[in-house]
Ligand binder design. Structure first.
Ligand code: FMN
Length: 281
């Protein structure tokens, strides 16, 4: 049912998806689905699976680029006096660095932003910004200040609008405000000279960003477009054919329900894909 958005249950099919996208000049960003574990054992098993994924990708000749939700590897659980999420992230980023890869710390719901950005700071300090980055969500009022506060790190950041159901006290309820904040975040991160991942399917924002980089002389090596696997494939191919760096976010694994529900919630038209899949059996 969910196969339009999820590249199978196994890491081998996900790595195969990266290799298939490469034929269209599109890079991959692998995401083993999972979130909010509450036992250290489950968190550690999850981390082992991410480590195995990176090893398999490297063996297949693909420098691993993975996205990790820190809640899935134990963020918030204390083991031996240390946050287990940070402990496991260290193992994953250390291995990514060995393989010349990159780890993006996905951003989850707002109570996790402080700790995730603090852990990003720690990890960049230990492994370098070439191997680890994170995400800012334009719907949060706090994100512009967060971006400015990270500037000393010159971090690699993915800018998104935000996918969680958040209270109006922390997140903008009006889409036009979220879109305007999105542009401001991208423009200020680019102007500061930092690597920026423009993660949206919004064609107006994408064309505005193209104009912005032209008029500000920002090189194509300083940014990339990111979209979700299976969404706006036409636009992904077109941008890649125009010579932009494009990376598709490829979720895989058995735990696809929460991911899939967010996609349906943000765009009810996606339900059509579900129905079509169900009819096909
Ligand atoms: N939303 C989050 O809240 N946290 C994330 O870490 C996150 N990562 C994303 C990565 C990519 C490549 C894309 C394309 C989206 C991501 N999103 C994330 C979802 C966006 O916040 C948003 O819900 C989705 O892109 C739909 O909005 P759009 O019209 O900008 O495409």
């Amino acid at each position: 049912v969910a196969q339009r958005f999820v590249a199978g249950e196994q890491s081998t099919t996900a790595i195969q998806a990266v290799q298939d996208l490469a034929r269209d000049g599109i890079l991959g960003n692998l995401d083993l689905l999972g979130e909010f574990v509450n036992s250290p054992e489950t968190a550690n098993i999850f981390a082992e699976q991410v480590l195995a994924l990176q090893t398999q990708a490297a063996a297949a000749g693909v420098a691993p680029y993975v996205s990790v939700k820190l809640s899935s590897v134990g963020q918030g659980l204390t083991v031996n006096g240390e946050d287990l999420g940070l402990h496991n992230a260290r193992r994953i980023v250390a291995q990514a660095r060995e393989y010349g890869g990159f780890v993006c710390l996905d951003m989850e719901d707002h109570p996790r932003v402080d700790v995730t950005l603090a852990q990003l700071r720690t990890l960049i300090g230990e492994f370098g910004r070439e191997h680890v980055g994170s995400v800012l969500q334009s719907y949060l009022y706090r994100s512009e200040a967060d971006r400015a506060a990270l500037d000393d790190l010159r971090p690699n950041l993915r800018i998104v609008k935000g996918a969680y159901l958040e209270p109006e006290t922390v997140a903008m309820p009006v889409k036009a405000d979220v879109d305007a904040a999105y542009r401001r975040l991208v423009y200020s991160h680019l102007k500061a000279g930092n690597y920026t991942n423009i993660a949206t399917h919004d064609p107006e924002i994408i064309s505005d960003v193209k104009m912005f980089v032209l008029s500000h002389g920002i090189p194509r090596t300083q940014f990339e477009f990111q979209m979700l696997y299976g969404i706006r494939r036409d636009l992904q191919k077109k941008l890649a054919a125009e010579g932009f760096t494009v990376r598709a976010y490829i979720p895989y694994g058995r735990d696809w329900y929460a991911y899939f529900s967010r996609r349906i919630a943000e765009r009810p038209a996606n339900v059509m894909f579900v129905l079509r899949g169900m009819l096909k059996g």
